[in-house]
Design a protein around this ligand. Sequence first.
Ligand code: ADP
Ligand code: ASP
Ligand code: MG
Length: 474
Amino acid sequence: MKKTLVMKFGGTSVGSADALKNVVQIIRDAKKDWGRVVVVTSAMSGVTNLLLDSAAAASQGKLDSLSETESSLRAKHFAAADALVPDSARREALKAEIEKLIQTQMNLCKAVAVLGEASPRALDVVASLGERMSVRLLAAVVESGGVRAEALEASEFIVTDGEFQNAHPDLGITVEKTRRRLNPLLDENVVPIVTGFIGATAEGQVTTLGRGGSDYSAALIGFALPANEVWIWTDVNGVMTTDPRIAPNAQTLPEISYNEIAELAYYGAKVLHPKTIRPVVEAGIGLRICNTFNPSHPGTRLTANGHSNGSKEKPEKVIKAVTAIRCQRLVTIEGRGMLGVPGVAARAFSAVASTGTSVPLITQASSEQSICFAIPADTAPSILRALEKVFKHEIVRQDIDRIWSTEDVTIVTVVGAGMRHMAGVSGKVFSQLGANDVNILAIAQGSSEVSISFVVDHVNTETAVKSLHELIVR
Ligand code: ADP
Ligand code: ASP
Ligand code: MG
């Protein structure tokens, strides 16, 4: 049986003609070692934002920048086509297809402007166009590089529910359809080049899997086939000790466990979409993160969740990485009468859930007189409204005195499996933050005990991350 490899290329990796040249070489090399290769691609860098921003502007009746959007979409895709697709018939056919998708965007924006609103469903059609353009470009470029390839839209086989902008796949049908669509191509030695990020409902409406969701698409396809390995090609040397944009001295972690990466991804490390992990773990698929711009670098290998020997290590050694999620708020429900009220927490969290928001962090209350949790800043007004509604009577009776939220805060998380049962770690972390004048607003330990999170004021984000990173890399 031939081995199967799924490779996903991120936005920067397919973002220019130069980057695409690397991608073609990587695919060519992979074809030598792997019998069956599937490629998943993101939209070219910046394109998804451009599409969504122009639809958002249109919903406010603003169409003045639409022609600029049109020309920049055209320039970006056509420049790469001109540079890398020498055959003029193939190039012109490609450009015509991309042009059609650009015109779809123009028409959608005009329709949105007339309606004065863009529904989540319409926004998914808008957002899907980026991958639908890049997949055609990449397939033509790969074919021009001498490798047989075919562009495919995952909406043909990744079947999801109708939760637009954050759709959940139906694994049973997806597995069956994916195999049926991809296996014949793989048997013919063709490389399927598939859109990341998108799926469709059973009725055929286009959905997206959430921002950054192309990683998840690769994992789903890997799960379905099943693949032996999934490699995520991005713009840095794998998973690093922190975001190199915050700390340029960040170092690559040659290995990291699934538990550790799950916490890192969940708490903001953009390098991997958090949903990627479950399908690959369940199917026992190897996962690797590597750099399109430095392909000979080994990057990061995911490893099984081992038992740590943390207790033998020094506290600072067991911390592997630091990450941050910005733009959060802390909500507090407080009141002396809460002690006697049954089910306050359950009612609070179901009120939050009713707004469609998930809570990234719940803090250990210092007393039973308050409940405190983090939520994304943009959801704060609707969540406060929902809470005030559900606790209307308690507020009138003054069992609950106040429900309020902070200004913007950041959740900073340190990750490392060796932290389990290691008392010294929190102490080390507290003193490091204290020494750098970072005030801690709240603390929570990750459920899997491989992470500790702190909430800090948003102005302290960089200082907190950099100073904690000094515990790992000096
Ligand atoms: P892609 O378009 O390839 O999916 P992303 O921008 O989504 O790439 O993710 C890669 C980026 O993630 C890197 O450029 C880096 O700035 C950021 N990042 C955040 N935390 C980390 C980390 N711990 N290790 C590596 N990269 C990180
Ligand atoms: N293009 C999509 C986004 O920008 C998906 C991805 O890049 O993974 O969110
Ligand atoms: Mg990404």
